[in-house]
Design a protein around this ligand. Structure first.
Ligand code: NI
Length: 253
């Protein structure tokens, strides 16, 4: 079944039909979802949500755009959430020089501290990196050694993807692979083995074609898997089966 390794179901865009939508997942081929926090406020929300859905797990971490909310006290409270049930990863964390909401120094500081936390907790990391390829790689080489994880919403070169795969990381592939201007990601998918790919929505964002621009959800991963199958010349079923296996191994679920 489909394993959505990266979703944001606490987002307001799901307020109207969240429960109904989530309860229809399994009959529509979605087997597992990891609900990922981004802001400080969302950490507690995603951890609380997983109690209601047996197929859902949580990731706790602060997105680079939101690290301005972190200080010693809030970081300590965030760390306490890892003692709760079904928290399987640290994320999403990283660097975002596209939106550039926070200074690069502050982004790097909290990225490194959250990588170290993942090392202490022996949990995988979900990496967000946008227009920060070189700095992300440098920090990953120094501080993510021995960690498992996903380079989420991968947007860099196929050569760099291959390097992350050699370092033991998975490449997260979502709706962008179906876009007409998704050429770089299509090349990456062709280049790296299926054993190194995990599927993700990043919903409510990044809906695949033919729903580009609309609200995304985990059932639309079907279109992502179909495109990966086409690019690699394999069956849809093989993509679903192998990526589910990859994700289960990554999160130990
Ligand atoms: Ni995300």
């Amino acid at each position: 079944m489909i394993f959505d390794t990266h979703a944001h179901y606490d987002d307001r865009q799901f307020d109207e039909d969240r429960d109904e939508l989530l309860r229809s997942m399994s009959e529509n081929g979605v087997g597992t979802i990891v609900n990922v926090s981004a802001s400080y406020a969302s950490c507690e929300r995603v951890v609380n949500m997983v109690k209601d859905y047996p197929f859902m797990y949580a990731a706790v971490g602060i997105h680079p755009d939101e690290v301005g909310d972190l200080n010693e006290a809030s970081f300590a409270r965030m760390k306490e959430l890892f003692q709760r049930d079904k928290v399987v990863a640290v994320g999403e964390i990283g660097l975002d020089y596209y939106w550039d909401q926070e200074s690069h120094d502050l982004q790097k500081e909290w990225f490194i501290r959250q990588l170290k936390l993942a090392g202490e907790l022996k949990l995988p990391v979900l990496i967000h990196s946008r227009e920060a390829a070189a700095d992300t790689m440098e920090i990953m080489k120094e501080y993510a050694r021995g960690l498992k994880g996903v380079i989420h919403c991968y947007s860099y070169s196929k050569e760099m993807a291959a390097e992350y795969v050699r370092m033991g990381f998975y490449i997260g592939v979502g709706g962008v692979v179906t876009f007409k201007n998704g050429r770089k990601l299509k090349e990456t998918v062709k280049e790296i083995p299926l054993e190194a790919i995990v599927l993700e929505t990043d919903c409510p964002y990044l809906a695949p074609e033919p729903f580009r621009g609309k609200r995304n959800h985990s059932m639309y991963i079907r279109y992502v898997a179909e495109e990966i199958a086409r690019l690699k010349g394999i069956t849809y079923e093989e993509v679903i089966r192998q990526t589910e296996k990859n994700a289960a191994k990554l999160y130990s679920v």
